[in-house]
Design a protein around this ligand. Structure first.
Ligand code: HDC
Length: 287
């Protein structure tokens, strides 16, 4: 049986060691579009080792993407990768991320929801180093065709886009080779690179990694709404509402102090496809 929810949730948490250094951080930043203009002072914070600030979404790839592969390598879960889409992602920061580190990750399947036509696997990781907790990450993995196993449906948090005009709107072009560059940070899923595999998954061409859009968007928020200060981010949550393709332009709309003070609510759409939703229910919590 492809999904045995009870077995997945009861499985022992998996522990793994994560290590990273400035090279991994810079590669990740390039993979989410940093470095344009190449020598602009704001971009050098993301790309020059002597000035490096770590974007908190780096947590999703630290250690070479084990969070991604580990999410599906759990007893009780045996699914076709072509049926898998990233559904949602949250990262909660306990401290700013260092540019190099060694940490222990403890991961488990927190829940498996039965959506009828799909299963949603909720995968949680807690990461700490010698100085204490660093971050907590939660991924929702949407597996098409794997529902109907008789599990709980689970609840969904939905945020209406505010009626007021956005405080800021910025456009972020996705390079044609963005997914090819991003995958070097550890998510080698062929869905993002191999046209034949993408067709088998139901797409005309390879789609962008959800976590690449996630990183592009957080960088846009930090650079626009948080004065470029990565250390102000406390938490970042999103739902992947629709696909994005390399070569498109992401329009990032941001509302200050929405839905509460100290939060920026964000929507992301694909400009070339009539503002089709890409990220929804997206909030950056900050100091
Ligand atoms: C540990 C980390 C491991 C990560 C593994 C992933 C590896 C990566 O390489 C893979 C990727 O990056 S894939 C790219 C990024 N993701 C996407 O592009 C998906 C975009 N979203 C969609 O296509 C649709 O929203 C879609 C298809 C997701 C849903 O659309 P519909 O089928 O139309 O669903 P709908 O009828 O609206 O709702 C049915 C029930 O499902 C819930 N739901 C909807 N969208 C969800 C989402 N994004 N995440 C989680 N749950 C979601 C709905 O709430 C509904 O349930 P309920 O009726 O109980 O409310």
């Amino acid at each position: 049986m492809p999904i045995d929810a009870a077995q997945a949730v009861a499985a022992e948490p998996r522990r793994s060691e994560l290590t990273w250094d400035h090279k991994d951080v810079i590669l990740y930043h390039l993979g989410i579009g940093a470095g344009t203009p190449a020598t602009g002072p704001d971009e050098l914070r993301y790309t020059l080792e002597t000035r490096l600030h770590v974007l908190p979404s780096f947590a999703t790839v630290a250690g070479g993407g084990r969070a991604v592969s580990g999410g599906l390598a759990t007893p009780g879960i045996d699914v076709d990768l072509a049926a898998v889409l990233h559904g949602g992602q949250t990262v909660e920061l306990h401290r700013p991320l260092p540019a190099r580190g060694t940490a222990t990750q403890t991961s488990r399947v927190a829940a498996v929801h039965d959506k009828g036509k799909a299963a949603v696997i909720v995968h949680r990781s807690d990461v700490e180093d010698a100085e204490g907790p660093l971050w907590t990450s939660q991924s929702e993995i949407f597996v098409r065709g794997e529902g109907g196993f008789g599990g709980e449906r689970g609840s969904a948090t939905r945020l209406d886009a505010p009626e007021a005009a956005p405080t800021w709107t910025v456009d972020r072009p996705i390079r044609e080779d963005q997914a090819l560059l991003y995958r070097l940070s550890g998510d080698w899923n062929p869905l993002h690179a191999d046209p034949e595999f993408a067709k088998r998954a139901g797409f005309d061409r390879p789609i962008l990694h959800g976590l690449c859009s996630y990183g592009i968007t957080l960088k846009a928020v930090v650079d626009t709404a948080l004065g470029g200060d990565v250390a102000r981010v406390r938490a970042y949550t999103t739902r992947f509402a629709g696909v994005a393709f390399p070569g498109e332009t992401l329009r990032v709309r941001m509302w200050r102090d929405t839905p509460a003070p100290g939060r920026v609510q964000v929507t992301v759409t694909a400009v070339e496809r009539d503002d089709a939703p890409v990220l929804a229910d997206t909030v950056v919590t900050h100091t």
